[in-house]
Structures are given as structure tokens and as C-alpha cells.
Design a protein around this ligand. Structure first.
Ligand SMILES: Cc1cc2nc3c(=O)[nH]c(=O)nc-3n(C[C@H](O)[C@H](O)[C@H](O)COP(=O)(O)OP(=O)(O)OC[C@H]3O[C@@H](n4cnc5c(N)ncnc54)[C@H](O)[C@@H]3O)c2cc1C
Length: 632
């Protein structure tokens, strides 16, 4: 099955993306315009990205003391990507954008991630940076910085982490002090001088673009010179690598941002990862040390501004993880179809006189392929569904999140996308609980898919002569950045499922119940529908049990098993809904048989895992929490 066919099915048959044309923002679009964008991305990915995936891994970025060098192929891929207009795809026409729905933008982007995650300059980081400025920057900041990022003239970074502050951003110590008496009258925004070190900054230094726009979190000291503890003291600043004037022209002055060194990574090597020193005096500006930064939004609002982009950023990370899994799945499927090895086990055992069969004929190899298919295609469906919710949030009708609003789906399946327009409030509630899963589930399970891909290739999979080991190394990052797995788990159980009196969880439960109701009438799916209902009840019960003593310490000690079980139930639901839609398509199509089999696999082999995960959550098992340090 070609990947494009899977994308088309999910977009047009399952999510009914064409119906978005009824929204004024998307009125000029049609399936033809959506397809044209996807065709272009598919072509550029095939021609400019895929052939250089290994090169991006072996020719790591290097620093000559002045500049960071990347292979020529990275420059060419970045140029082709910028020229495609994808950096501004979701923006207004007046900004040079295409007013593309987020769901189509994500689908189009998936082709780049599958072809090569490391080539092409990490465009999503730049568009995320610019989108943030469109939401929180001044008109001048949008004109000077965001627009030049959308055109590909400038690139963008996100500078949050510091050597001592990763998961706990409240502990950052980068300082920002007003720059001169007239600091508030700078047309580019209140002007500050920043000093501090930012660790792990992706794309922090390179020559792919004329300039780099760093978005930096820093604290403005109080009058006594001390930093405000906690996240409330954090502000956000634009710190350009090279200073610019009000029309965006480079002034010729270098800002005081210096590359302290490159980090040498396990995977994702095409993207330079940097330690940046701000304001150490390496490049003094107008005679003094301190990096010039322009305040975005109000002081103390830095994290809130950053988190504005969280839904899209986390969906993008989940999608990247999914596509690495998908690339491994495709490679191992191809290999399994061609590799002769071993004899089949017949009713009388093995017959050594028979010629070997191709390994795809062994049940255990099919198990590994089916696991990969169910993880990766399921994760893709989840990411596109979440992106569709983002479109709903931005352009849907507003409505109170009543249960009535989630009922009455159109057609046979509960049709996540084929139901009535979900409405903004409902989309917001669903995104609250689904975003940690959209980020974390593919990061864990599409990584597992990569491991299975290596297994399918046997010894060859373990060598650098085949591509699957690189996919695994590239994917290993995704459980770490954008909030580690453990932090996502704390966010889900500690905040998302209990906020607003548990409204998000209740909305998800009701939406899953719709799917189960619709699937109950579909041949072969009735049993699955019952199993889904039981699983979601178990999740709701486990949530209550975890919090029953009211002790966060007890409840959250098993947040990660909870996240794993929650994610598996979400994917079970997604698969049931996809299968219910697939079942309405002509029988005999191998794609339909494949979707139904993947759904069945998920129910039979994956869903039962939640027992073990939820067992420790429900009993508030204290094995890990009470383990003493010296007993290790
Ligand atoms: C390749 C790469 C690219 C990156 N790109 C960027 C970037 O562009 N911009 C940027 O700002 N950052 C970036 N990061 C940083 C990334 O977001 C951090 O690495 C991540 O937030 C974790 O921080 P840390 O590495 O300090 O680990 P720590 O926070 O020290 O965590 C170590 C372990 O402890 C666990 N842990 C920590 N706190 C708790 C807690 N309260 N409860 C339970 N468990 C806890 C974590 O889950 C983790 O398993 C990047 C990182 C990498 C590796």
C-alpha cells in the first residue's frame, strides 16, 4: 500500500477534510488545491530530501571556529523547501500564505519527515517561531521578523533550555536588563540586554539563511537584582543573530550571541544542536557586552506565549516520530518480501527438502510488520485528527461543550471527522487531553516500530549498510525533547484529566462512546466496540482511584504507566473509528483488509497491555516511590 493512499484515505474518507471548504477561511480551497500542495511536497521530499538522508547522518555539522558547515545537499533541500511556500502555508493570503488547514499542512509535511528528518533546515521550527510572533508580537515585530521567516530569508529557534534547567524551566537564570534609559522606545519592541547560556538549541547556528531569529526565555531581575522564582518571572525576547533595522535590513552589526559548541548527537544529526552564550562579550554591541533582545508580549508572560504554540509543536513532534516509524515500516516490509530464509511450519512441522520461503511468510515476521503498521498508521491517524481539531479550534463554530454536541454522527462510523462540526469548545477540551498523547505515544511506539524494523532485517538491520538503524537513532530523541515522557505523563494525570472538573476526560469518553455505538452495528466490529467501552471506563476509574487519597505524591508516582495505558486506549479508539470507516469501502480492496487487520491486531495484542499499566495506577503502587536510594 502506498503511503500516499493512506494519507488520502485518512484526509478525504475518514476526516472529510473537503468539508472544511464551507468555512470562509478555506472557501477558495478544494480537493484539487489540497492535492496540489501534497503533490509538490511529495515531489520535493523524493528529489531533494530522501536521497540525502544518510549523508545528513554521516556528514555531521562542523564548526570551524567562525561558521557551522552543513552539506551542500542540506542547503539545496532548504532552498527547495522555502520556495515551496510551506513555511507560510497556514498564514493569510496577505502574508503570502495559502490559508491551508492545519490538517492538510501536517499531511503535506509528513512527506519531508519520512524522506529525511535531518535534511532541509528544520522548517517547522522556523514556522513555529514566526507563528508565535503572529500571535504575540507587535505589528513591527511581525513585519520585521515573522514575515522574513515565512519567506525563508531568516530562520528561527526556540531557546528555552539551559544546562541546569531542562524539564524545570522555572529554574532558568538567563537575565534580561533594560538597555539604556530609552529602552522602551525602540520601534522593534522594549529593548533589553540578555546574558546567559542556552543549551540544546536546535539550529542555533548555520549559514542556511541570512539571519537567525532566536526566541529566548529570560528573567527580568527585580529592583534588588534577584530573579523572580518560578515560571511567573519568565519573559520572552526576540534576539536576532545579526541586528536589523525597522525594514528588516541587516545593519551590519553582529549581536552578542556566540556559539560555545555543537552537541554531538545519537541521531537527528543533520540539524545542528548548539550551546549558545548570550551576552558574554564575544561580539560587543555598541561597545558593551550583552545580547540585544526585544520583549515579546508583557514581562512575565514568556511561558504563556511559548505555550500558545504547544498544540501545533507537539503534534509536529508526534508526526515526526510517526514518520520515522513509517519509514522503517516501509523499509522492513520491502526487505521481508524479498529475503528468503527458513521453511514454513506446516501441519507436520518443517520439511527441509522444500526451498526456503521469503520471511514475510512466517507468522512471527507478519506479527512484527503488523505491529509496525498498527503503530504507525494509527499514530498518523491520531496526529491528523488532532490537527483537524486545531482547525476546529481556529475556524469552527463556538458552542457549549454539551454531550448533545458530540452525539448524532453522520454516516456509519462515529466518524471523528465525518460527524458534525465539533465546535471550538469541544475541540479545545479534546486537544487538552489528547495533546500529551499526540506527542508521547508515537515517540514511544513508533520508536518501538523502528526497533521491530531492525529485527525484521536481522543482522543486516543492525548495520549501517541499511537505513533502519538510523531511523531508530533519529527517533530516540522524541521521548526527550518538547517535554520528556515523564513530564508529559505528569501533565496528563496531574493536570489535563482533572482540570475543569475532568471536562476534557469526560468529553473524550463521550466521543469514544459515539465511536463504539456506531461500530457496534458494523460486521466484525461489535466485540471491539464493547472492549473499547470497557477500556475507557477502566481509564476513568483508574483516574479516580489514582486521585482517591487526594495525595499528588501517591497519584503521580505511576503517571507514566497511566500515560501508556491512556495512549493505548486512545489508539484503540482511533483504530476502531478508522476500521468502521474502512468497512464501508468496497470489500476485496487489500487496503481495506489491511486496515481491518491492523485494528484487530490492536485489539487482540495491544489493548490487553493496559491491565498491567493500570493495575499499578489503581492500587497507587508505591514500589518505585518508596525505593530507597541506597538500595539501588
Ligand atoms: C537533540 C535535542 C534538541 C533539542 N532542541 C531544543 C531546542 O531547540 N530548544 C530548547 O529550548 N531545548 C531543546 N532541547 C532540550 C530538551 O527540551 C531537554 O533536553 C528536555 O526538556 C529535558 O531536559 P534535560 O535534558 O535537562 O533533562 P532533565 O530535565 O534533567 O530530565 C532528566 C530525566 O529526569 C526526569 N525528570 C525531570 N524532572 C522530573 C520531575 N519533576 N518528575 C519526574 N521526572 C523528572 C525526566 O523525565 C528525564 O527522564 C533539545 C534536546 C535535545 C536532546
Amino acid at each position: 500500500m502506498s503511503y500516499r493512499r493512506t494519507v488520502d484515505f485518512l484526509l478525504y474518507d475518514w476526516l472529510d477534510v473537503e468539508s472544511l471548504r464551507s468555512r470562509p477561511r478555506f472557501a477558495d480551497h478544494s480537493r484539487e488545491t489540497f492535492d496540489a500542495v501534497i503533490d509538490t511536497c511529495e515531489r520535493i521530499a523524493r528529489e531533494k530530501f530522501a536521497p540525502f538522508n544518510r549523508l545528513a547522518d554521516t556528514e555531521e555539522p562542523w564548526f570551524d571556529g567562525e561558521k557551522v558547515h552543513l552539506p551542500a545537499a542540506s542547503h539545496e533541500a532548504a532552498r527547495a523547501y522555502f520556495e515551496s511556500g510551506m513555511l507560510a502555508a497556514a498564514q493569510d493570503y496577505e502574508l503570502g500564505g495559502m490559508q491551508l488547514p492545519c490538517v492538510v499542512e501536517m499531511a503535506a509535511h509528513s512527506f519531508f519527515s519520512k524522506a529525511s528528518i535531518g535534511v532541509g533546515g528544520g522548517g517547522m521550527l522556523t514556522s513555529g517561531n514566526a507563528n508565535l510572533l503572529m500571535a504575540h508580537g507587535t505589528t513591527m515585530q511581525q513585519e520585521v521578523f515573522a514575515k522574513n521567516e515565512f519567506s525563508g530569508r531568516f530562520a528561527g529557534t526556540m531557546c528555552l533550555s539551559e544546562p541546569q534547567a531542562g524539564s524545570s524551566l522555572s529554574d532558568i537564570v538567563t537575565r534580561a536588563v533594560p538597555d539604556g534609559a530609552d529602552f522602551e522606545s525602540d520601534p522593534l519592541g522594549p529593548r533589553y540586554r540578555l546574558a546567559g547560556n542556552k543549551m540544546w538549541i536546535s539550529n542555533g547556528e548555520h549559514e542556511l539563511t541570512e539571519n537567525i531569529v532566536h526566541l529566548v526565555l529570560a528573567k527580568i531581575p527585580r529592583a534588588d537584582g534577584k530573579l523572580v522564582p518560578g515560571t511567573r518571572g519568565i519573559s520572552l525576547f526576540i534576539v536576532p543573530k545579526k541586528l536589523v533595522d525597522e525594514s528588516g535590513r541587516l545593519t551590519g552589526e553582529r549581536n552578542d550571541v556566540a556559539l560555545a559548541g555543537l552537541n554531538h548527537k545519537l541521531g537527528y544529526r543533520g540539524i545542528p544542536n548548539t550551546l549558545l552564550n548570550f551576552g558574554e562579550g564575544r561580539h560587543p554591541v555598541r561597545g558593551s557586552a550583552g545580547a540585544i533582545g526585544y520583549l515579546v508580549g508583557s514581562p512575565g508572560e514568556g511561558l504563556r506565549c511559548m505555550f500558545h504554540m504547544m498544540n501545533e509543536a507537539r503534534i509536529a513532534v508526534g508526526l515526526g516520530a510517526t514518520m520515522l516509524g513509517m519509514a522503517g515500516y516501509e523499509a522492513s516490509l520491502e526487505y521481508a518480501k524479498n529475503r528468503p530464509q527458513g521453511r514454513p511450519i506446516g501441519p507436520g512441522g518443517k520439511d527441509p527438502s522444500r526451498p526456503p520461503v521469503r520471511i514475510i511468510e512466517h507468522a512471527d515476521v507478519k506479527r512484527m510488520l503488523l505491529a509496525q503498521k498498527s503503530y504507525c498508521e494509527g499514530a498518523l491517524a491520531l496526529e491528523l485528527y488532532c490537527a483537524r481539531l486545531v482547525d476546529e479550534l481556529h475556524t469552527g463554530e463556538d458552542e457549549a461543550p454539551t454531550l448533545a454536541s458530540v452525539a448524532a454522527p453522520r454516516g456509519g462510523a462515529a466518524g471523528l471527522g465525518s460527524g458534525p462540526a465539533p465546535g471550538r469548545s469541544r475541540a479545545r477540551l479534546l486537544l487538552e487531553v489528547l495533546t500529551p498523547i499526540a506527542k508521547s505515544w508515537p515517540s514511544e511506539w513508533c520508536l518501538e516500530a523502528n526497533s521491530l524494523a531492525i529485527q525484521v532485517l536481522g543482522g543486516y538491520g543492525y548495520t549501517r549498510e541499511f537505513p533502519v538503524e538510523q531511523y531508530w537513532r533519529d527517533n530516540r530523541l522524541n521521548m526527550i525533547h518538547e517535554g520528556t515522557h515523564g513530564i508529559q505523563a505528569l501533565d496528563l494525570l496531574g493536570r489535563k484529566v482533572v482540570m475543569d472538573g475532568g471536562a476534557g476526560l469526560e468529553m473524550l469518553r463521550a466521543t469514544m462512546a459515539d465511536t463504539a455505538r456506531a461500530a457496534a452495528g458494523v460486521e466484525h466490529l461489535a466485540g471491539h466496540a464493547q472492549a473499547l467501552l470497557a477500556a475507557v471506563d477502566r481509564i476513568v476509574g483508574a483516574t479516580r482511584a489514582a486521585w482517591s487519597t487526594g495525595s499528588p505524591e501517591e497519584a503521580l508516582a505511576n503517571a507514566t504507566p497511566y500515560l501508556q495505558a491512556f495512549g493505548h486506549v486512545v489508539l484503540t479508539w482511533i483504530w476502531l473509528d478508522v476500521a468502521a470507516r474502512a468497512a464501508r469501502q468496497p470489500a476485496g480492496d487489500p487496503a481495506v483488509a489491511g486496515r481491518l487487520a491492523a485494528c484487530r491486531y490492536f485489539f487482540h495484542y495491544e489493548l490487553p497491555r493496559i491491565d498491567a499499566w493500570l493495575g499499578v495506577v489503581e492500587s497507587r503502587d508505591d514500589t518505585c516511590r518508596t525505593m530507597s536510594e541506597d538500595a539501588f
